[in-house]
Design a protein around this ligand. Structure first.
Ligand code: URA
Length: 433
């Protein structure tokens, strides 16, 4: 077989066999296929698409480029959750301890912030001392002791994805549904959980903004996961406005701790409860979604989820004092405010810009090698549909950087204020399972 023939076939819109797809992925993984041929292959997929079976073959080949974790020795259900990324989207931090206190094992491997979206690992690392770089043995040991552990993807997990993603990034082939699906699902399959919940974001700050395309991605990922024998649920959720009230690493962890103490109730908390409930129902602990929501809420009210969270911090060498004393996170040197310029109803029209503003303050990275400032970020005072008066605070900025005129400018282009009463966004738009 030759790479040329596989590229030629896909370029002409023909269906590829399992052998042809494995040949490309294995060959690339072993450095036998060159970057330029893989790039051409990716571009042919971008234009000609892959059907569900071909996407399964691609995912399978990518998952098998490394090790596939076998978690069947654990004495309970295993569940994992993945979000396609958003602004203020720290739900994993709240969902994982809730599920762990329901006796569900949560072996979670997460990613870092990139572009306008945040990353779970950077949020966790804002806790002084916290170690996200456990090896598999340490990861399993924490998992066994506390039912959940949160780390970065180890080098054994679908290693070819990293190289393929890097090529996609520079060849304008990121936004392809089968390529996104196989990239995400190869890692989720390799991480070994039997139950997988996908939070597919849609809207102006989502990776894929159009609802119909978000739905196609969700359906494809569910189809592929099922072909691997995994229990799958995908939920399409709104990303037209930031989730919750915090954007930035330590600020989002504080928001999570407040929620775990039962002191916060906003769209971030409600969505996290609902997402946890999907998994609780999926693993069969209860029959109805309402019962699952009740169980998730009880784990918060009883303090069990908070105890799990504290134990996870201890087991992963973070300072658990952050839970009672937020000053342990440290503080940004400056706090500034952005205020409304007129009266009217607020609507976030470009939430992506809030993510970018937070990034410009130091909370995210525009290039992979950028360093994160863990304490910088934005607190959001008003949400879409709220009536605001002139001079009401819209954003509270935490920053060490001194010149923030560019940040204020970009934040002012993230919303509109008008006489028209804007509707509050419904968070969950569609469920695929
Ligand atoms: N996240 C991934 O892991 N891969 C993609 O291709 C897109 C988002």
């Amino acid at each position: 077989m030759r790479a040329y023939d596989v590229i030629y076939k896909k370029r002409n819109g023909q269906k590829l066999s399992k052998e042809e797809i494995s040949f490309m992925v294995e060959g690339y993984n072993k450095h036998e296929i060159a970057d330029y041929q893989m790039s051409a292959f990716l571009m042919s997929v971008y234009f000609q698409n892959l059907d569900d079976q071909e996407t399964f073959y691609l995912t399978d080949a990518m998952a098998n480029s490394g090790e596939i974790l076998d978690l069947s020795f654990l004495d309970g259900p295993t569940a994992d959750k993945h979000s396609t990324g958003g602004v203020g989207d720290g739900t994993s931090l709240l969902i994982a301890p809730i599920l762990a206190s329901c006796d569900i094992y949560v072996p979670m491997m997460s990613g870092r912030a990139l572009g306008h979206t945040g990353g779970t690992l950077d949020k966790l690392e804002s806790i002084p001392g916290f170690n996200v770089n456990l090896d598999i043995k340490e990861f399993i040991s924490v998992l066994k002791k506390n039912k959940f552990a949160m780390i970065g993807q180890t080098k054994e997990v679908a290693p070819v994805d990293k190289r393929m993603y890097a090529l996609r990034d520079v060849t304008a082939t990121v936004e392809s549904i089968p390529l996104i699906c196989s990239s995400i699902m190869s890692k989720k399959i390799a991480e070994g959980a039997k139950n997988i919940l996908l939070d597919v974001k849609t809207g102006n700050a989502a990776f894929i903004q159009e609802y119909e395309r978000s739905k196609s991605l969700a359906e494809k990922m569910v189809s592929v996961g099922k072909q691997f024998g995994r229990n799958m649920t995908a939920v399409i959720t709104d990303m037209d406005e930031p989730l919750g009230i915090a954007v930035g690493n330590s600020l989002e962890v504080v928001q999570t701790i407040e929620a775990l103490k039962g002191k916060a109730d906003n769209d971030f908390v409600q969505l996290s409860i609902d997402l946890a409930a999907f998994t609780i129902q999926q693993v069969g602990l209860v029959k109805t979604f309402e019962q699952a929501q009740k169980m998730a809420k009880e784990k918060v009210v009883s303090g069990q989820a908070l105890n799990k969270f504290i134990k996870m911090i201890e087991l992963q060498k973070g300072n658990p004092k952050v839970v009672d004393d937020y000053s342990v996170f440290g503080k940004a040197q400056n706090v500034s405010y952005v205020k409304a310029k007129e009266d009217g109803y607020l609507k976030f029209s470009n939430t992506r810009n809030i993510g970018l503003a937070s990034c410009m303050l130091g909370a995210g990275r525009l290039k992979v090698e950028d360093k994160i400032d863990p304490v910088s970020g934005i607190i959001i005072y008003k949400k879409t549909g709220d009536f605001v008066y002139k001079d009401d605070i819209l954003f509270e900025l935490h920053h060490n950087k001194t010149d923030i005129n560019d940040v204020i400018e970009i934040l002012n282009s993230s919303y509109v204020i008008s006489d028209e009463k804007t509707k509050k966004n419904k968070k969950i738009k569609y469920i695929v399972n």
